[in-house]
Design a protein around this ligand. Sequence first.
Ligand SMILES: NC(=O)c1ccc[n+]([C@@H]2O[C@H](COP(=O)([O-])OP(=O)(O)OC[C@H]3O[C@@H](n4cnc5c(N)ncnc54)[C@H](OP(=O)(O)O)[C@@H]3O)[C@@H](O)[C@H]2O)c1
Length: 266
Amino acid sequence: MTELHQNKTVLITGASAGIGRAFADVWAEAGFNLVLTARREARLLEIANELKAHDGIEVYTLPMDLTDPEAAPKIHQYCLDKEIHIDALVNNAGYGPRGKFEEMNWDLHQDFLQVMVSVVVQLTHLFLPGMIQNNYGRIINLASLAPLIPSPVMAGLYSPVKIFQIKFSESIHGQYQDRGIYCSAVCPGLTRSEFHEAAGMHEVKNAPKWMWMEARTVAEQGFEAVMKGKGFIINGSINKFFAVLSKVIPKRVTRSIAMYLSKRSY
Ligand SMILES: NC(=O)c1ccc[n+]([C@@H]2O[C@H](COP(=O)([O-])OP(=O)(O)OC[C@H]3O[C@@H](n4cnc5c(N)ncnc54)[C@H](OP(=O)(O)O)[C@@H]3O)[C@@H](O)[C@H]2O)c1
């Protein structure tokens, strides 16, 4: 544990599974206290018990459904009540919408925008003043490779909200990096987690092995990026290659490749 991070606390949303769970490990190993939130309380408690084994860190669990419009103020109030200063925030919770854009009812779209946009912005807005006061803050927004390549999958709102998260990170990073606050958009491609099962993309497991990354690797790279003050990263060389390729070759070609892979995968 590095001395630098002792007595600092990170709030991680979506910490009960996948990349958020891996982030909990990585931040704990760096000596941060943790506030973990997600809907599944039993999972959070199990993870907290495991992570408390790290020397001298505190782990708090707060079950919360982020579709609740009051979720962000409730999380903030919880921290105030417990006198927890949040030094770092990982806006990780997320999911892929199930169904076609026009077939899903408005409530489902509203919930999605609440979890993927409103909560991300509101938690940042609530915790940023404390970070400014201490001249120290680290914020990660878990975006995605999806909007950076022409992709027929994850249509509807998923790519637009991920672009928003990238631009929002850029905006916060640009405005506050001089005050010791770094904000990174982390953009993974296919990552092993519960994401695709939850989104009903059962065939995605057939995607070629070389396209996949482990959640732990994504979390380690995200942690390193925000600590070094990088405002944007794409995880993994294959994903970086896809992102560059999609800029230099005609869109119709990348679209055909994406269509081919999606037929194999989805
Ligand atoms: N896996 C990939 O291939 C991939 C690629 C690019 C980007 N991403 C992004 O990475 C992030 C993490 O995804 P993942 O792959 O780790 O997926 P995951 O394994 O399904 O984990 C998602 C996490 O979000 C939480 N969550 C979902 N809906 C919630 C809600 N309404 N309220 C509170 N918490 C909620 C889940 O907890 P509960 O169910 O306990 O609430 C879970 O902890 C997401 O933002 C996703 O868009 C994933």
